[in-house]
Design a protein around this ligand. Structure first.
Ligand code: NAD
Ligand code: TYD
Length: 346
């Protein structure tokens, strides 16, 4: 079995690559990534020499190279995670999101379609976000039936790619499966996203920016639980289906940041309460979605998946990881990894 994992040098992708390389020694795992600012091979040091692992530096927006790679390697399955993933960047530069998230996904679908003459045993798994459903009020949860209502360039680009994946299933009988997941946290997340950004800023004594009133709500899921869900959906999910994945762990941003502040203060041996003093309310994100929350009943009932890590434990584990992995943090924030791998791979 040859599995192509796209975006494997990124945050979630690196956890999925690690899980598959270690758990399935009989599979050949190909990690395709073009190593943007968010992707670096320093996330995969522990598996880079595994005999069943191969890195392919390529850009999914390059249709010819996607066709060539599928022809040369004859992948049996695809787990597609490569994307531009940060909402704030999508507001300042929507086009790169259109190119990677929409055009890149279609290039992969076309390459799979051209090479999978016999669709038997093949699978194209598209990893997506709950942000495609738009925003919730004070109550309610996103289910797989919630109508799409994306409101940022990021979520609109992911919604578009979800529709295209489903369209290839209906039109060309491409065997696909999808999942839409809530906010992830854990090791190896680029420190522009809220949790690693806050930990890194506390460490450096920098202000902790809270957008708007801080009462925006997200449903946080530990990345290891997401990787386990991806493994299940890839192997056991029903063809053409979508599975919502969530942490059942809603937090208002300000409450989450308070917990992080106190956790990091404790880990650094500082007086608890110090970090909270650096919280700074800043201008709100334009079009900021108020609340996301997932109903993950379907994946629980059909595939037996549930989150295993409780939020307090998960946040503490995560804060410890970032404080311990200072070199990683310094390398990704200074661009040092990027320079190193650019030299190595051109
Ligand atoms: P990330 O930004 O950390 O990683 C994205 C990876 O894709 C990077 O390694 C980057 O180099 C690679 N990439 C970007 N453009 C590429 C291109 N043109 N060609 C090849 N590779 C390219 O993202 P993440 O947080 O790990 O998210 C992974 C996937 O999961 C995305 O599809 C995202 O939409 C989805 N998702 C993320 C979250 C979350 O909380 N982070 C939640 C739900 C869904
Ligand atoms: P983020 O980690 O960017 O994920 P997403 O926008 O995909 O949900 O942001 C999580 C929440 O935290 C979101 O409501 C925006 C907010 N936020 C801040 O208040 N300050 C920040 O510096 C960042 C990056 C995010």
């Amino acid at each position: 079995m040859k599995i192509l994992i796209t975006g494997g040098a990124g945050f979630i992708g690196s956890h999925v690559v690690r899980l598959f390389v270690n758990k399935y020694p009989d599979y050949q795992i190909f990690n395709l990534d073009n190593l943007t600012y968010a992707g670096n091979l320093g996330n995969l040091r522990d598996v880079e020499n595994a005999p069943n692992y191969t890195f392919l530096k390529a850009d999914i927006t390059d249709s010819a190279s996607m066709q060539d790679l599928f022809r040369d390697y004859q992948f049996d399955g695809v787990i597609h995670l490569a994307a531009e993933s940060h909402v704030d960047r999508s507001i300042s530069d929507p086009m790169s999101f259109i190119m990677t998230n929409i055009v890149g996904t279609v290039n992969l679908l076309n390459a799979a379609r051209a090479n999978w003459k016999d669709m038997e045993g093949k699978r194209f798994y598209h990893v997506s976000t709950d942000e495609v459903y738009g925003t919730l009020g004070e109550t309610g949860l996103f289910t797989e039936e919630t109508p799409y209502d994306p409101r940022s360039p990021y979520s609109a680009s992911k919604a578009s790619s979800d529709h295209l994946v489903r369209a290839y299933n209906h039109t060309y009988h491409m065997p696909v499966v999808l999942s839409n997941c809530s906010n992830n946290y854990g090791s190896y997340q680029f420190p522009e996203k809220l949790i690693p950004l806050v930990i890194n800023n506390i460490k450096h004594g920098k202000p902790l920016p809270i957008y708007g009133d801080g009462k925006y709500t997200r449903d946080w899921l530990w990345v290891g639980d997401h990787a386990a869900a991806i493994d299940l959906v890839y192997h056991k999910g029903r063809d053409g289906e979508t599975y919502n994945i969530g942490g059942n762990n809603e937090r208002k941003n300000l409450d989450l940041v308070h917990t992080l502040c106190d956790t990091v203060d404790e880990l650094l041996g500082r007086t608890v309460g110090e970090a909270r003093k650096t919280i700074t309310f800043v201008k709100d994100r334009p079009g900021h979605d108020r609340r996301y929350a997932i109903d993950a009943t379907k994946i629980k009932d059909e595939l037996g998946w549930e989150p295993t890590v409780n939020p307090e434990e998960g946040l503490k584990m995560t804060a410890e990881w970032y404080l311990k992995n200072e070199e990683w943090l310094d390398n990704v924030t200074s661009g040092a990894y990027q320079k190193f791998y650019d030299k190595q791979y051109g």
